[in-house]
Design a protein around this ligand. Sequence first.
Ligand code: F6R
Length: 362
Amino acid sequence: DKGGYRHFMEKEIHEQPDAILNSLAGMTGEDGRISANMSREELQAIDGIVMLAAGTSHYASQVARYWIEGLARTPVACEIASEYHYRNPVTTGITTAIAISQSGESLDTLKAMRHAATCGLSTIGLVNVDGSTIAREADAILPTHAGPEIGVASTKAFTAQLTVLISFAVALAEAKGHIDAARADAIHDQLQALPGLVGKSLKLFDDLRPIAHQLKHARSTIYLGRGHLFPIAMEGALKLKELSYIHAEGFASGEMKHGPIALIEDDLPVVALLAADELMEKAASNLKEASARGGRIILIADERAVNDIDFEADIITVPAVDPIIAPILLTIPVQILAYLTALDKGTDVDQPRNLAKSVTVE
Ligand code: F6R
């Protein structure tokens, strides 16, 4: 049942306030504070983490690396599951594997998790489907509560994964004494405000429609982000290519000058992500360079990050947030842009060609 929406994807984009709220509730203890449902000792025993996932779930792991390293001072490696399970990984310093999977059934991720277990790592399954194979086989579970996701392109499961992962980072940081209670509670407050902010950002459909209408003619596009927005750029590019079949590639903004800037030609759409963080000025100057070479910049940004923009751009803003949660909020317009571009182009949004919702083959 699409609940009055045209597609499951549109419905699931709109379900994100609830998906985030419910997933956050799952990471909140009886005292009303963030909790990973693990004892302090269990958390303290986590000294190094390898994250195993595919596709969108892999991008969630890449955002989480910034949070876990930044807040909990714990090293994190992010591995593509299909690569990891055929390697002979060195696990020195790594205690824990976190397998991230919406379905809990991706064979690549399952096999990677089993491989990690045979290497002696303890395993945590971060899954949306209760009772799935990864949920059953993992030593511990961090559940997302996004509800069933039907659209092949992952939307609400991704923002739910990010919600759980930032909460896990805070819980780990507290157990290890790397964060004070005030900062932990401030992040929790921001997360509690997030469903409302996501709700406001859902109004961007109207602003994004004319941009999508143009974007559908592109043969190729570039997505740019720096810091923890780099994985969101890759996720945005994945959404666009799988839904609209337009070639899209996510790059770290600062890496452009090392090669990819050669791709920029007149009117190449460049979807750029910007938050009001310490990388803002550098990231904006990378965009100015892309613009100077003819790129058509579509800027998706925190409203405080657009004041000093001195190049031509279509600007889409989300409400101001603590930069630490910007990757979650900026995901919303990126999803909507891909959805609207596909809609305008007439591709099959809920069932893109060649794709399956749950990939149970290698
Ligand atoms: C992209 C998408 C896929 C999945 C990937 C992993 O929109 O949905 O990239 O994220 O196949 O699936 P799960 O998370 O179920 O293991």
